[in-house]
Design a binder for this molecule. Structure first.
Ligand code: CA
Length: 242
């Protein structure tokens, strides 16, 4: 009798505890599921831009130019034109009578993604375009460094955004893709968009592994200009991501 009396109260105590444990388990499970979904959405988001300061609004030190190259000149940040926000990257190209080689004005960012980004997108705006050299063009180059089998130079795709309709020169480590061979439209924002991963696969026959990726937006001429040449180019809202 004393044993039966002793068991009943213990069963009555267990039932609320089991319900409490079950509720806590459900809550923890739900929190975990929601957390995993949120993390997945963040990392798999189609709009995850891996470029820093893609709208040139933060004056980020991530944007640089190739200062070590004698043919390069720097971009500046401008408030004269912007597709979004108040600023853009401004590339001012002018002819140089002393030029014996290329002249490039550009803006560059080095990034370290785990894999080849799927999509490249951006906008550029052209003013004061005076073609003063056969090879005067606007270009976006994507360079993959330390690709196995290509240790000497980065494997590249060079997107000709506008200005020329044939390859300016041959490079062992670069493939050209022409987005527009026409002379550039002026005084309007022009969008360019490509499947970067597919372009590497189709152009090179494989998707390269790499240690670093360099993204270059530039305006340039190659060779000696035959007359004064000029171009004011703005880039804004550039995108590289999934
Ligand atoms: Ca902007």
């Amino acid at each position: 009798m004393s044993k039966k009396r002793g068991k009943k109260p213990s069963r009555q105590k267990d039932k609320p505890d089991e319900k409490k444990v079950a509720r806590i388990t459900i809550v923890i499970f739900s929190v975990l599921v929601v957390g995993i979904l949120l993390v997945s959405l963040f990392y798999l988001s189609p709009n995850k831009n891996i470029l820093k300061d893609p709208g040139f609004e933060e004056n980020s030190s991530e944007w640089v130019y190739l200062h070590w190259s004698p043919v390069w000149e720097s971009f500046t940040i401008s408030t004269s034109q912007s597709r979004s926000g108040a600023q853009s990257a401004f590339l001012r190209l002018r002819g140089d009578e002393t030029s014996q080689d290329s002249k490039i004005v550009g803006v560059v960012q080095d990034i370290y993604p785990d894999q080849m980004p799927r999509k490249l997108k951006g906008y550029y705006y052209v003013q004061n375009w005076v073609k003063g050299a056969d090879l005067q063009y606007i270009q976006c180059a994507i360079m993959a460094f330390d690709v196995p089998g290509y240790a000497d130079a980065p494997l590249q795709i060079r997107y000709i955004l506008s200005g020329i309709d044939s390859e300016p020169f041959y490079l062992d480590n670069a493939k050209y893709i022409f987005i527009s061979g026409d002379q550039p439209s002026q005084a309007e924002w022009v969008c360019f968009e490509r499947g970067l991963l597919d372009d590497f696969r189709h152009s090179w026959g494989f998707i390269p592994e790499f240690s670093m990726m360099r993204v270059v937006f530039e305006v340039r001429y190659d060779g000696i200009p035959f007359t004064d040449c000029a171009a004011d180019i703005y880039f804004d809202d550039v995108y590289l991501g999934s």
